[in-house]
Ligand binder design. Structure first.
Ligand code: PGA
Length: 259
């Protein structure tokens, strides 16, 4: 296992993002308060913490974390700024509620809500329009992986979901292999090296100089017991954590791998 850190690891500020999915009522705000307090004590080192709770908690969470080292984000947005779209939330509304970022193109949205690469790109463009960072998710399914399609799928998702005018700081790219989400499985070191090298080159073809500033993060069964290993990959600039981000103590155990 590669555990050495190189210049890339220290060059970009690690982004440690929590994706709460459809979990959490107001009682869970105490977890966010605990994270805020831990960050105030320096527990996150130089890493940036981004908590993405359900829509209903964004405003109170942002209030709790005002002027703290913890940022709040959404898990999805609609592409239009406003209008007759029952049940949808715009990027501008997220911003107004106190969010600074939004996850777009998560595989659960792609799969369960039929989001295409074009939809994801429109959402990432909406995020930029509203002044939010877009955390754009890509990743292959188990069948695509078994068929040797991993790089082809990720390449297409990058080409078609990342807005070509993105600024490097305006997006982050999360590699989340669908087969690794919620399963306890993670890619091998060789797979990680291949995928992250590929993603960086593909972004460079799309964004030229800006590509070097884009954080490439990893998501899929990140847990306290594999966080140090993931933090040790020099090409990986942080994590997107689902299940293990719901409790402050467990998420902080992951965060401590970045100190
Ligand atoms: P997991 O989810 O950490 O529970 O595997 C990650 C994600 O879906 O973002």
């Amino acid at each position: 296992m590669l555990l050495k850190r190189n210049a890339i690891m220290t060059r970009l500020r690690p982004l440690l993002a929590a994706n709460w999915k459809m979990n959490g009522t107001r009682a869970a705000l105490s977890e966010i308060a605990a994270l805020r307090d831990a960050v105030a004590l320096g527990r996150a080192g130089r890493a940036e913490l981004l908590i993405c709770p359900p829509f209903t908690l964004i405003h109170p969470a942002a209030d709790l974390c005002a002027a703290s080292g913890v940022a709040i984000g959404g898990q999805d947005c609609q592409e239009q700024p406003s209008g007759a779209f029952t049940g949808d939330i715009s990027a501008e509304m997220l911003k107004d509620a106190g969010a600074v970022a939004v996850i777009v193109g998560h595989s659960e949205r792609r799969r369960l809500h039929g989001e295409t690469d074009a939809t994801v790109r429109a959402k990432a463009e909406a995020a930029a329009r509203a002044g939010l960072m877009a955390v754009i998710c890509v990743g292959e399914t188990r069948a695509e992986r078994d068929g040797g399609e991993t790089l082809r799928v990720i390449g297409r998702q990058i080409d078609e979901s990342v807005p070509p005018k993105s600024s490097g700081g305006g997006i982050a790219l999360a590699y989340e292999p669908v087969w690794a989400i919620g399963t306890g499985l993670t890619p091998s070191p060789a797979d990680m090296e291949e995928v992250y090298g590929f993603m960086r080159r593909r972004l460079a073809a799309l964004l030229s100089g800006e590509a070097d500033k884009v954080r490439l993060i990893y998501g899929g069964s990140v847990k306290p017991d594999n966080a140090a290993e993931i933090a040790g990959f020099p090409q990986v600039d942080g994590v997107l954590v689902g299940g293990a981000s719901l409790k402050a103590d467990e998420f902080l155990a992951i965060v401590s791998a970045y100190r």
